[in-house]
Design a binder for this molecule. Structure first.
Ligand code: ADP
Ligand code: ASP
Ligand code: MG
Length: 414
């Protein structure tokens, strides 16, 4: 088999930890497989590089930032290849461009356009373990780009689809995908199998164990994923398409997202076209809006409130400073101390009372709900940031008490 193994930052944080990976790779080869390894930057290296850039220039150019950030992964692939070679195993490291990963030119969040696997295949045929830098690619003009934070997951998934690989394993510092971040909820249990749809809802709601874009990609190309611990042999979590026999549960998991900011445009005239202008201007700047709420009109005016990712905070301020006056609004306010809490479950579709239970759990903790949004399989609430963990624990407990993480009984026959 051809196996893609991706190791995250915490799994390659030191040479000692990398040696553990070398052992696993050698073991996989001994079992008769070929291996492409994708690695992240060591530990918190990417954060450190972002800090360094901000110290050099408060507003670094996106191009230079990507040139800098890509070096984190470049360092870890070279070291891992050296460690493999030190054990007598032929290995070669490739940065994104050398591995044939071609992207568009959106620095910091580039989209993969194509992958030319010729070089990787040639190196595999020569008997090499190929060690590819995660999180990066190049444009057609040879400019270095990065794929968004957590993007090594995407590199692994995209390579698995393109090669194609028989298996894609995501090695990390927890034993799989849990119902909730195990660092927040002690009693959260590991999920054995989860559908792409549920995993995507969890990942885009803040469960950082998998990058959301990588799940979309995996779904599109049907790449089955195994998320597991780099420090043990236990079976982790399988992420796959929703199978008929896959048990639906009301409550699959819960996630929180603190990197959000809330904006309110105040006292805007209640006439057609206002929302289109605000959100059109944000879209033109490439800003995605998350939750939106419009208050009931009083005296022909209302407030429009929405949330965006913290990364887009500055850009959103700039857009609103321009747009708000031209709409005849009384300016805008913002609030960065918020968190979004989301519960996810495919069985929620046909089950009343889920939102009510969530709201009651928050009320019992005296946690105020500021915004609410729902989809078929997700309910999200915005709360004060300093209550986020309490909220996650309270909701998890309330849903467990109802037995909602157990499979739904089959529909009663007539
Ligand atoms: P890596 O460096 O391997 O990419 P990440 O830090 O990106 O690892 O993701 C792993 C972390 O995700 C875990 O340490 C855990 O605290 C966090 N996490 C958040 N939500 C979940 C969840 N539902 N299940 C498992 N881990 C989660
Ligand atoms: N090193 C990058 C980051 O920290 C990519 C990754 O780890 O997946 O976001
Ligand atoms: Mg990650």
């Amino acid at each position: 088999m051809l196996i893609v193994q991706k190791y995250g930052g915490s799994s390659v944080a030191s040479l000692g930890l990398m040696r553990r990976i070398v052992k696993r790779v050698l073991e996989t080869l001994r079992n008769g497989h070929r291996v492409v390894v994708v690695v992240s930057a060591m530990g918190d290296e990417t954060d450190a590089l972002v800090d360094l850039a901000r110290r050099a220039n408060k507003n670094p150019s996106p191009r230079e930032l990507d040139v800098l950030l890509s070096t984190g992964e470049q360092k870890s692939i070279a070291l891992l290849a050296m460690l493999l070679q030190a054990r007598g195993q032929p290995a070669i490291s490739l940065v994104g461009g050398q591995a044939g990963i071609i992207t568009d030119n959106q620095y910091g969040r580039a989209l993969i356009r194509a992958i030319d696997t010729t070089r990787i295949r040639r190196e595999l045929e020569r008997g090499n373990v190929v060690v590819v830098a995660g999180f990066q690619g190049v444009t057609e003009n040879n400019e270095i780009t990065t794929l968004g934070r957590g993007g090594s997951d995407l590199t692994a998934v995209a390579l698995s689809a393109a090669l194609p690989a028989d298996l894609c394993e995501i090695y990390t510092d927890v034993e799989g995908v849990y119902q909730a971040d195990p660092a927040i909820v002690e009693g959260a249990r590991k999920i054995d199998k989860i559908s792409y749809d549920e995993m995507l809802e969890l990942a885009s709601s803040g469960a950082q164990v998998m990058q959301a874009r990588s799940i979309e990609f995996a779904h599109r190309y049907n790449v089955r994923l195994h998320v597991r611990a780099s420090h043990g042999l236990t079976q982790g979590t399988i992420i796959t398409s929703e199978e008929k026999c896959m048990e639906q549960v009301i409550y699959r998991g819960i996630a929180s997202q603190k990197e959000e900011a809330k904006f309110s445009v105040l006292n805007v005239p209640d006439v057609p076209g206002i929302a289109a202008r605000i959100f059109g201007a944000l879209a033109d700047r490439g800003i995605s809006v998350d939750l939106i709420i419009q208050s009931a009109a009083r005296n022909g005016r209302n407030d429009i409130t929405f949330t965006v990712s913290e990364n887009d905070f500055q850009a959103t301020r700039e857009v609103l400073s321009q747009v708000a006056p031209s709409l005849g609004a009384d300016g805008y306010t913002y609030d960065r101390d918020i968190a979004k809490i989301s519960v996810v479950g495919a069985g929620m579709r046909n089950h009343p009372g889920v939102a009510a239970t969530m709201f009651q759990a928050l009320a019992d903790q005296d946690i105020n709900i500021e915004l609410i949004s729902t989809s078929e399989t997700r309910i999200s609430c915005v709360v004060r940031e300093d209550r986020a963990e309490d909220a996650v624990r309270a909701i998890h407990e309330a849903f467990e008490a109802k037995g909602w993480s157990q499979p739904l009984p089959p529909p009663a026959s007539a």
